[in-house]
Ligand binder design. Sequence first.
Ligand code: NOJ
Length: 739
Amino acid sequence: MKWIGSLLCGMAVATAGYAQSYDPVLLKKTNALLAKMTLEEKIGQLNQYSGKDVTGPVNAQNKTQKEDIRNGLVGSMLNVKGVKDTREIQELALQSRLKIPLLFSLDVIHGYKTVFPIPLAETASWDTELMEQSAHIAAKEAAASGIHWTFAPMVDIAKDPRWGRVMEGAGEDTYLGVLAAKARVKGFQGAKLGGTDAVMACAKHFAAYGAAIAGRDYNAVDMSLHQLWQDYLPPFKAAVDAGAATFMNSFNTLNGIPATGNKYLQRDILKGQWKFSGFVVSDWGSIGEMVNHGFANNDTIAALKAITAGSDMDMESKAYLAGLASLVKNGKVNIALVDDAVRRILYKKFELGLFDDPFRFCNEAREQQVMNDASHVAIALKAAERSIVLLKNNQVLPLSSGTKTIAVIGPLAQSRRDMAGSWTVNPVDTNLIVTLYQGLKNNAAGATVLTANGCVVNGGDKNGFEEALSVAAKADVVVMAIGETWDMSGEAKSRSDIRMPGLQQQLLAAVKATGKPLVAVVMAGRPLVMDTVVAQADAVVYAWWLGNEAGNAIANVLLGKYNPSGKLPMTFPRNVGQIPVTYKQQNTGRPVTNENNVVYRSAYIDVTNRPAFAFGYGLSYTTFSYSGLQVSKPAFSGNDSVVVSFTLTNTGKYAGEEVAQLYIRDKVSDIVRPVKELTGFKKLMLQPGAQQTIRFTINKEKLAYYNSDLKKITEAGDFEVMIGGSSDNTPLKTTIRFQ
Ligand code: NOJ
């Protein structure tokens, strides 16, 4: 238990100005309160219950919840929201001996009342300012509704689209994931914690949950520490640096140790090396689940392992409440551990200003006013437009202004709830959701818009085909609205077959046979396998789940009022057998050099190694050319840097935005590095014919990686620099040397 001393000492010495620091006045107040608490009251602060809504398995209904709150045995509630309800429950906490206010927490993942695109979609915008803005609006609305704390952002790197939770994160790439993590933490927490427009962020799920084996939710994770540090931890570190107030651990084991009971992750890395000053909440029931893992004999041993490992708050396992007191009394748990956890939680309550006014987030007038702020809708539309990725376009888009009749066909044409996607704050106000059908009617002035469902998303009934085909026959162009229902991706929504569900592909093929120009708009929470859809449609628009403004945003793209600018944050596989597939692979000893001869090569004999759509890919209605690559010097050393510059030209007919991407390959290294890694990008708007010089600065930090001792180093040698509009299309190439 040598580390206890250094942990407490680490808290005291943290200095102001560092993203993770303590205000001495608040720390003094925290310690004074801590000194008055009984052991039971301390353990109460570590206990979190769920209210009416349920976001996990409930083992036994807790009938004593209200009584426990009055007795000071609860530190936080999740799933209680709204000024009326949070006020009512907070009043109970104020009847406890020490009147310590509760923290109200909720999964505010992509909006509160205003539903924004799912995080994976929004990451396709590569627009970090926008990510910060939408998170801030979500925070404002949540905070106006009594919420102090969101369980977001999810910063898990995820390379397997079978995993339903890919929708909640920033995709597969660490560099992009780091920027998204920072932006979202800053957005949720605003200028300062304690503002009534801010909520505490929670970086989750610590750690490596996104690598659950075979994409099956809650599954084990087994990975090298090198990969953990190189690919999976950086977004978490970025969240700490951005000042994230809380972390959530995760359901998975990591190399055999459950994350919840993992001292290396929580004590050594997070609270030790990274000096994280906030607190760690367990995931739902994850302390108790260590018994199922076979890591603890019973809940009391699970509690011992969790508190020892650094899990501060127990979400819904009730294991701390049941077991911690006896563990302290019989000497198995040092009280300093409990004090440390309680101190971290109380400090945040002080920081939020809850001791000055436990009801400062409970103002009905503010709730009304913030929820009806029309500016939020405008940002939701902007976010939705910028999240859309154009995957294919045989000149059919944008629809010509002469289009007289548009048919919107498919089970998602008139769907509202599905547009909101998974992980919304329930109940979703579907009246606020614009369907694709409605969006086209709103925006296609002068055109007639017809619609028919044809079939359901996931079923076997063909009865609607006939009507759909007769509607298609009347149109100049058919827009097919197909994909997943809102509950087909998300937590516990892993799928082994990620092709287009149900009869949607068949419906599309039947419509194709009419000979009408065909645009597929695919709405889903994950990358889908869409080989036949892509082959048959003249254009494919990937629209994910875009939130309240989905219909207007997609219509604006189809009609050319918004020129699509999204780029994929995750690779789209050709088939499930290719998974996991990412651009960031190693070269192997036998790389494919000729696709026509893969014998004794690292390849499949039945499918190419190339994915359907690569990371970073996305079309525009205009075209861009990359030229004139220059390097300020061929070699550099120490703290010097190299500037690579090039010209980006809009060579097409439309004004449009491009995301110019910089990839680097470390040619020879002690640990084999990937064939390319994203290390920079710039998104910019160019008018037709216009050009701009773009510069990327490369310093030793950009070339660094974790070596086998898990130290970040930059090795001397050659680095290949690749620049272009997608990870599989980098026309500009050069080599620089670090010496
Ligand atoms: C379980 C999920 O894994 C987590 O992300 C979520 O925040 C909690 N349930 C609370 O709903």
